[in-house]
Design a protein around this ligand. Structure first.
Ligand code: ADP
Ligand code: MG
Length: 464
């Protein structure tokens, strides 16, 4: 787009949506904004088309200012909004899950409006991920207290703070809440939030473009470094990415800057190539987030509904909270789906309809708890050896291979440490476990038969 040309309507709307995406909740975005169209734009007048009056009233009541500001920014001048209701044919069959929460994806480059990542890979904090919006309960009390403490005295108390949990239990939310609070208390602090993946990708382009010095200098100025999803660090580019991460970590740590790390596994279970890095990660405080109980899930839904100014009967919240147990993102997704339904049809769904709407969610997330004996049995049966041999000392080829496969699956499908897995397999040490694991992992990429075998066993073991 040339600088002088006036932006086109589709560009204006794309830029506006992009801005709104991180400013409003998933429910509003998916339920209302995504269905809204920019029908026309001229002389500072914008015509927005909505599918029904419910959507129009909702947006007008809650988001008029925000909409006007975003549209004006995108259009490059003050705009006025007019509304038009254009009924759509029925409700779409499928209302998809919201995209992963957290910072929005990168805008198409060259738009210049609201581009979310800086040149070093850092992303803005999500304005909704604050301590105020975080429900504290037994499942997260310790991690919450640690995050608060760190926000009050960054670099002085727990360093690094390492937060881990399964997906969708609030790691990103908590770490960004910490970032918000630091910014509030220390307005000049450099708080940088980056996913491990982005960090590595930007590091790689810095290497390619010969700007490593600038890249490192940027990170040396950071006061609070929030690194999300560290489990990918080694997977992305192997030793080089880990090294650069380690380098940055050490530089910051040694100058008493705060490092906060989120991960889907505790440090001991991370696939790191460098054991010094692992022990550094364990040096501060390691806190986990567990699944919330049903009361907490209701409280989370209540908070979310209140933030949306949505009045949902308590029975609806209870119903959703009972059906979806193990992932708060999915829990919120179900609520979003109900709200989206309400907005598209203009009425609250009945209990039966709600059951139907959230049926996929509850079945899709019911968790599999696979144990090591189950894994051994499944592998033994599939490969035609005896379970005792799989665990025992025999070394001939078939048995050794079955053992390696079983060890691989124990590492992939259970939370057991390397040491615990080794112990289970007749007291083998953790390096043997790691060796078996890596052997299968390497074969997976080269040998399709191994890939099929592992996939088959995995789906057999995790099916309920
Ligand atoms: P993770 O990073 O662990 O995958 P997120 O931090 O992205 O999980 O959380 C998933 C969703 O659940 C987010 O929308 C977040 O706001 C919400 N959430 C998680 N924990 C809580 C909590 N204790 N109170 C309120 N909302 C929560
Ligand atoms: Mg996350």
């Amino acid at each position: 787009m040339a600088h002088s040309a006036a932006p086109r309507t589709d560009e204006i709307w794309a830029a506006t949506l992009h801005q709104l995406r991180s400013a409003v909740s998933d429910a509003t975005y998916l339920g209302f904004l995504r269905e809204t169209r920019l029908l026309g734009y001229s002389d500072g007048r914008v015509v927005l088309g909505v599918p029904n009056t419910f959507a129009r009233d909702w947006l007008q009541r809650r988001y008029m200012d925000l909409l006007r500001r975003s549209l004006s920014a995108a259009a490059g001048r003050e705009v006025e909004i007019q509304w038009e209701v254009i009924p759509m044919d029925g409700v779409p069959e499928e209302i998809p899950l919201p995209p992963p929460a957290g910072p929005v994806a990168a805008a198409p480059s060259g738009q210049g409006i609201g581009y979310p990542y800086d040149e070093f890979g850092a992303a803005p904090l999500n304005p909704r991920y604050t301590f105020d919006n975080f429900v504290v309960a037994d499942c997260n009390r310790f991690a919450h207290a640690a995050a608060m403490q760190v926000a009050k005295a960054p670099g002085e108390s727990y360093n690094p703070l390492f937060i881990h949990s399964k997906a969708g239990l609030g790691k990103t939310h908590l770490m960004q809440a910490l970032g918000h609070l630091v910014r509030q208390r220390f307005p000049h602090a450099q708080v940088v939030y980056v996913s491990a993946e982005n960090f590595v990708n930007h590091m790689i382009s810095a290497i390619r473009e010969n700007t490593v010095d600038a890249f490192r200098a940027r990170y040396r100025r950071v006061d609070v470094w929030l690194v999300d999803d560290i489990q990918f660090i080694a997977a992305i580019e192997g030793p080089a990415s880990e090294e650069e991460f380690f380098h940055t970590f050490n530089t910051l740590y040694e100058t008493n800057k705060q490092v906060v790390i989120a991960s889907d596994a505790p440090p001991r279970a991370l696939r790191l190539l460098n054991d010094r890095l692992r022990s550094r990660l364990e040096m501060g405080i390691v806190a986990d987030l567990r699944c919330p109980d049903v009361e907490t899930r209701i409280a989370i839904l209540e908070k979310k509904a209140a933030a949306e100014q949505m009045e949902l009967p308590r029975e609806v919240l209870e119903l959703v909270a009972k059906r979806i147990e193990s992932n708060i993102r999915v829990l919120e997704g179900a609520l979003t789906k109900i709200c989206a339904y309400a907005s598209l049809t203009g009425e609250m769904p009945s209990v039966a309809k709600i059951e139907e709407l959230i049926a996929d969610y509850s079945s899709a997330v019911s968790e599999s708890h696979v144990s090591m004996p189950e894994i051994v049995d499944a592998v033994a049966e599939r490969l035609g050896v005896s379970p005792d041999d799989v665990r025992g000392p025999k070394r001939h080829k078939e048995v050794a291979w079955a053992r390696q496969v079983a060890i691989y699956l124990c590492r992939e499908l259970t939370d057991n440490s390397l040491a615990a897995i080794g112990h289970f397999f007749a007291g083998r040490d953790h390096s043997t476990v790691l060796h078996s694991y890596r052997k299968v992992a390497d074969l997976l990429t080269d040998d399709r038969r191994v890939l099929f075998l592992i996939n088959e066993l995995k789906s057999q073991l995790t099916a309920q």
